[in-house]
Design a protein around this ligand. Structure first.
Ligand code: MLT
Length: 257
């Protein structure tokens, strides 16, 4: 199977208009475990494993977020879905925005969760280099041990931290390295975000130190129809820390379709 024909493995729930949930780094579709089923009461919810992660980890991983976005388009083709609502969490948001730029007619709504539209700063690019060195020399578990303290609100519930750690440490080095390169090299898509005329939403955990509240609020304020929902008791990963609140925010937004 060549990369140009590969369709992503996915979990699927419900029936109706399609919502595509795009996972964060360095996780896989299982991070939507507490979100996908409740969201699927009124729609079809599809949660893929991006190439290089989860059940796609044996596939050669894309080195660009654009290629990840095209994987999503092929997966929608395979599902006979012309148009979907996209929800991307952090890295998933970078990919969802690339999808909106490359396949604009296929996006009904776009929600960025704890994500951003801009490119990596120089400091963030050098952080990627350090992360790649850690993965190459010590593995994904060592990388995640360094990331973990910044991912959660203070005093996180073990049920949330345990779930996300178990998913992260199961990822392979190759996929993680490729994703680090893809995120480092992604372009600034602020203009794409600002030009969107479809309904958009920003969601962010109150305690997110990676993509802070002020950044998401500004992104929402500058968008055509943007709104920003702040989730209390969550940091960067509301899918695990406050799934009910995330479902409520997404459900209200997606219902408008
Ligand atoms: C993520 O959660 O996907 C990452 O924090 C994204 C990033 O490293 O930029």
């Amino acid at each position: 199977m060549t990369n140009s024909t590969y369709t992503l493995p996915f979990d699927e729930y419900g029936q109706g208009p399609c919502a595509l949930l795009v996972h964060a780094f360095p996780f896989d579709r299982r991070m939507w475990r507490h979100v996908a089923r409740p969201l699927a009461q009124h729609r079809r919810v599809v949660c893929p494993d991006l190439r290089g992660f989860g059940h796609s980890s044996s596939m050669p991983s894309p080195r660009s977020v654009d290629e990840h976005a095209d994987d999503l388009a092929r997966t929608l083709d395979a599902l006979s879905v012309d148009r979907a609502s996209l929800v991307g969490l952090s890295m998933g948001g970078y990919i969802a925005l690339a999808f909106a730029e490359r396949h604009p007619s296929r996006v009904a709504q776009l929600a960025l969760v704890d994500s951003r539209a801009g490119a990596d700063s120089d400091a963030q690019k050098s952080g990627r280099k350090q992360s790649m060195a850690i993965v190459s020399s010590q593995g994904v578990t060592a990388l995640y041990a360094g990331l973990e303290p910044r991912l959660f609100a203070p005093d996180p519930l073990p049920i949330a931290t345990d779930m996300m750690r178990a998913i992260a440490v199961a990822q392979g080095r190759e996929g993680v390295l490729s994703a680090l390169a893809a995120m480092r090299d992604r372009p600034d898509r602020t203009d794409t975000w600002l030009s969107l005329t479809i309904p958009t939403l920003c969601v962010v955990g109150r305690h997110d130190v990676i993509t802070p509240v002020a950044e998401l609020e500004e992104l929402a304020a500058r968008a055509h129809s943007g709104r920003c929902v702040v989730i209390e008791n969550a940091g960067h990963l509301p899918c695990a820390e406050a799934p009910e609140a995330l479902v409520a925010a997404l459900d209200a937004f997606l219902f408008a379709r």
